[in-house]
Design a protein around this ligand. Structure first.
Ligand SMILES: [Zn+2]
Length: 274
């Protein structure tokens, strides 16, 4: 298992970027895409660091081993002692040494929900990069409601953090999507010469993340990512409490949970402008 970041250096000066796959170990598309392209990759300008986010979780084909790596990038005072003693916390510190050198990050993910759309996650500073990635939807607002990811960290230090969600993690096409995303990102950042075209993207603003209060959260039904909810619609049951949609919105990243304090779903609304 590749533990280190691989550095590619172009002949000409240019920006520095980081590309990560497998920050969640069971989202194999980024890991496979990186494995496929590493042997023949050539960079013309600047520096690119490429590697795996969470090698232990990848080896175990699990989302994480001790703590969600993609929440370990918060300031230390927002992490618990248990989190700070985890393998993932240490891994985050290692990855930060590369993120700190970079101007921009592409982090490759996949959804646990079947039939999930492909989409980009970024804040406004990432939109000029996002519009060249192969997805028709950009989701924003995660930094505020679900802080601690790699992209959150980059944004918090004045850099550009962009995640690509390549569809359902069990869909073999997600690897092709990851490969396309890597080359689009490299071209957009000026590391390679390659024709790219921007696309119209709809935008969704996430406004809420539900965290479970009991050890038994079950959805009223399985929701697809971006399924529309009406105001008041029953989303699920957390212990004895019924959870309803606070307004008309869409749901994503939802699932049944068996632990208090788990992230159970996100809610968002579409923006009218592109
Ligand atoms: Zn992920």
């Amino acid at each position: 298992m590749l533990e280190d970041m691989i550095e590619f250096r172009g002949k000409e000066p240019g920006p520095t970027s980081v590309i990560l796959g497998g920050v969640h170990g069971n989202e194999t598309c980024g890991v496979e895409a990186i494995r496929n392209i590493l042997p023949n990759l050539a960079i013309e300008k600047g520096r690119v660091f490429i590697g795996y986010g969470n090698p232990r979780a990848i080896a175990a084909n699990q989302r994480f081993t001790e703590a969600n790596l993609n929440r370990m990038f918060k300031p230390d005072d927002q992490l618990s002692q248990r989190e700070k003693e985890s393998y993932e916390y240490g891994r985050a510190q290692f990855l930060k040494t590369y993120l700190n050198q970079a101007d921009a990050l592409l982090d490759i993910h996949a959804s646990r929900v079947q039939h999930s759309r492909r989409f980009v996650i970024c804040e406004d500073n990432g939109l000029p990069t996002a519009k060249y990635l192969p997805a028709d939807l950009v989701v924003s607002g995660l930094d505020a409601v679900q802080p601690g990811g790699t992209d959150y960290y980059m944004n918090s230090i004045g850099k550009i953090g962009v995640c690509i969600e390549c569809g359902y993690l069990g869909d073999p096409e997600s690897t092709d999507m990851a490969v396309k995303s890597i080359f689009s990102f490299l071209a957009t950042r000026g590391h390679v010469t390659r024709e790219t075209s921007s696309r119209e993207q709809s935008r969704l603003q996430v406004f809420y993340m539900y965290v479970t209060k009991s050890s038994s959260f079950s959805l009223a039904k399985p929701f697809e990512d971006f399924e529309t909810l009406r105001e008041g619609q029953l989303i699920g049951q957390d212990g004895i409490e019924e959870i309803h949609a606070p307004r008309d919105c869409v749901i994503l990243f939802s699932g049944n949970r068996q632990k208090a304090g788990d992230e159970a779903f996100l809610l968002g609304t579409y923006k009218t402008t592109t």
